[in-house]
Ligand binder design. Structure first.
Ligand SMILES: C[S@@+](CC[C@H](N)C(=O)[O-])C[C@H]1O[C@@H](n2cnc3c(N)ncnc32)[C@H](O)[C@@H]1O
Length: 283
């Protein structure tokens, strides 16, 4: 189970730089994808992996020459592949690099690429899913990896959640929401937090509860969790989420939040967290 992230040679295609902490995120999504796909293989007729913010498929770790596979290529690098992959990104240079890498490294898979803003094109993304029937049951795992609060609208998650779907969501709680609350998000004219959480009434709640929270980022992550709970997902509080910290200064950055409606999904998440921590000393 414990495997080091592969190290790759530069292939001349676009390879964005990421912080050192990104390796932990990659291990989590990789470990979860492996467990999910293998265990669900015989239980569902089709398993689908959706990467809403897929990027180009490879990343270079900042201040190093280390190149690693990013989320879409990690989800392909598993023993029991998903039956279908859907990769979306609004950046045409990144999605074309990803297309090239997938065609070169995994030519025989069932894959769709959507080059678009996920929030205004969610119906198109949903139309790529195999139709669910009573005799053809489809289960999906969706990785949601935005840069910042303004990149995701809760209604996108809400529409996807009408099907059978687990989510792993990067909630930009500290590095964005907490940093920008007083300058931007607290003002009614800025709807980024309203849109991300699907709750336009949070300001009064935050003002009445602010003494109870370490910072706005924790409140924001918990609000997102409660909104997912209202959609029927299991959520018991912030300890369900992984708080990711910077490697050098150990400063909190964001929460990685997993959501499933099934207890088995939560069991896999717990294991994925454990294995991803164990791998730190393999770096
Ligand atoms: C943090 S990167 C994610 C990269 C990838 N998941 C990885 O493993 O490295 C965020 C990506 O989201 C894309 N993006 C930002 N806003 C978007 C939107 N509204 N719709 C689709 N893609 C978006 C960016 O082009 C970028 O590639």
């Amino acid at each position: 189970m414990i495997e080091k992230l592969p190290r790759l040679e530069h292939d001349g295609l676009i390879t964005p730089e990421v912080g050192q902490w990104a390796e932990f995120k990659y291990r989590l999504v990789w470990n979860y994808a492996k467990m999910f796909s293998s265990s669900m293989k015989s239980r569902w007729d089709a398993r689908v992996y959706i990467d809403l913010y897929a990027g180009s498929g490879r990343s270079r770790i900042e201040n190093t020459n280390i190149i690693v596979p990013a989320s879409p290529l990690l989800a392909l690098n598993i023993a029991d592949r998903f039956d279908k992959y859907i990769f979306c990104d609004s950046d045409s240079a990144k999605i074309s690099a990803l297309k090239e890498r997938v065609a070169r490294d995994c030519p025989d898979i069932n894959v769709c690429f959507v080059e678009a803003d996920v929030n205004s094109n969610i119906e198109e993304i949903i139309s790529k899913l195999p139709p669910y029937r009573r005799d053809f049951r489809v289960l999906s795992f969706c990785f949601v990896d935005p840069y910042s609060t303004k990149n995701l609208k809760f209604q996108t998650i809400q529409k996807l959640s009408e099907g059978y779907m687990d989510f792993l969501v990067l909630v930009p709680s500290i590095m964005d929401a907490n940093r920008n609350i007083d300058a931007y998000y607290i003002h009614e004219s800025n709807s980024a937090v309203d849109d991300f959480t699907g709750n336009p009434h949070w300001r009064d709640e935050w003002r009445s509860q602010r003494d109870r929270w370490d910072n706005f980022g924790s409140y924001f992550a918990d609000l997102f969790g409660r909104q997912m709970k209202a959609l029927g997902y299991l959520y018991n509080g912030l300890s369900d989420m992984e708080l990711v910290r910077s490697i050098e200064k150990n400063l909190p950055l964001y929460h990685l939040a997993f959501f499933s409606r099934s207890k088995l999904g939560r069991k896999f998440w717990k294991e994925a967290r454990k294995y991803s921590d164990d791998q730190l000393d393999l770096l």
